[in-house]
Design a protein around this ligand. Structure first.
Ligand code: GLY
Length: 267
């Protein structure tokens, strides 16, 4: 049974698009790429900390992280701290398909994107009036950066029983230049295994999330027979027990197995 699931309400256009593509026979990876690209490139969704229009780093530059993983072994590609590209997920997919490596960052990711025909845009084209105003406010107040950032995560299962997960984010608002969050890290921001399902540790405080490999953990629990919902709850409970109430942080997980329609869990 084909299915698509995404993070938060703002992902609904991407989920709908993926479902429409599945209806006309698209494969899981193509659906993830097309659906995420549309949202990444839409300045209006930048306020959800995704792609074009996302919040810049401390130096005023929008740097994006994105990754894609298929359920087949070894099929993973990612970019991190990539400036000047409004559709970073497509660059990540090209890293998976065309590079001899799996993850490229910063200037190396820029060089690879150029080789693949992407135009590296001026940072001003990546900003909106809203993100510029937020940055100017940050420069004046120097208040701690807000930690309520979101990420777009999308999991798609196609009729051929291929599962693919993609994630894209501009990362923590006003982060240090070069900071990489959990999203593009395999096992942390995303994981997929055709024998079990896929998960995205798709939103929340990436500096904390990356210490727990939650996406890998969810998929391993689904492999042991837990439903997506129970697997997400179990991973979140495990994290809660380890960090304690005082140090609790925000994390949102989505998961999809090869049978169940969908599950989400948040703390
Ligand atoms: N969870 C996204 C980030 O921290 O970059």
């Amino acid at each position: 049974m084909a299915a698509a699931v995404g993070t938060w309400a703002f992902s609904m256009p991407a989920v709908d698009k993926a479902r429409r593509l599945l209806e006309v026979g698209s494969g899981a990876s193509a659906a993830v790429q097309e659906a995420i690209t549309e949202l990444e490139n839409d300045k209006e969704t930048g306020c959800f900390v995704v792609g074009r229009g996302g919040f810049p780093n401390k130096a005023g530059v929008v740097q994006c992280d994105a990754a894609i993983m298929e359920g087949l072994p070894g099929r993973f590609g990612a970019v991190a701290a990539l400036p000047g590209v409004g559709t970073p997920l497509t660059v990540a997919q090209m890293v998976m398909d065309k590079s001899e490596h799996n993850m490229l960052v910063g200037e190396g990711a820029v060089a690879f994107a150029k080789e693949q025909g992407f135009r590296i845009e001026d940072n001003s084209d990546m900003m909106t009036e809203a993100s510029l105003a937020a940055y100017e406010e940050f420069l004046q107040s120097r208040k701690s950066p807000p930690k309520n950032h979101d990420t777009l995560g999308l999991i798609v299962l196609d009729e051929m029983e291929n599962i693919t997960v993609g994630v894209s984010t501009s990362g923590a608002p006003f982060k240090d230049p070069g900071r990489v969050g959990d999203s593009p890290l395999p096992g942390c921001g995303l994981y997929a295994d055709n024998r079990a399902g896929a998960a995205a540790g798709a939103t929340g405080d990436g500096d904390k999330i990356m210490c727990f490999c939650p996406s890998f953990h969810v998929v391993q629990l689904m492999k042991q027979g837990l439903s997506p919902g129970d697997a997400c709850q179990s991973v979140i409970q495990d994290i809660c027990h380890r960090v304690g109430n005082k140090d609790i942080f925000e994390i949102g997980l989505i998961a999809l197995n090869m049978k169940h329609p969908l599950s989400e869990a948040f703390i």
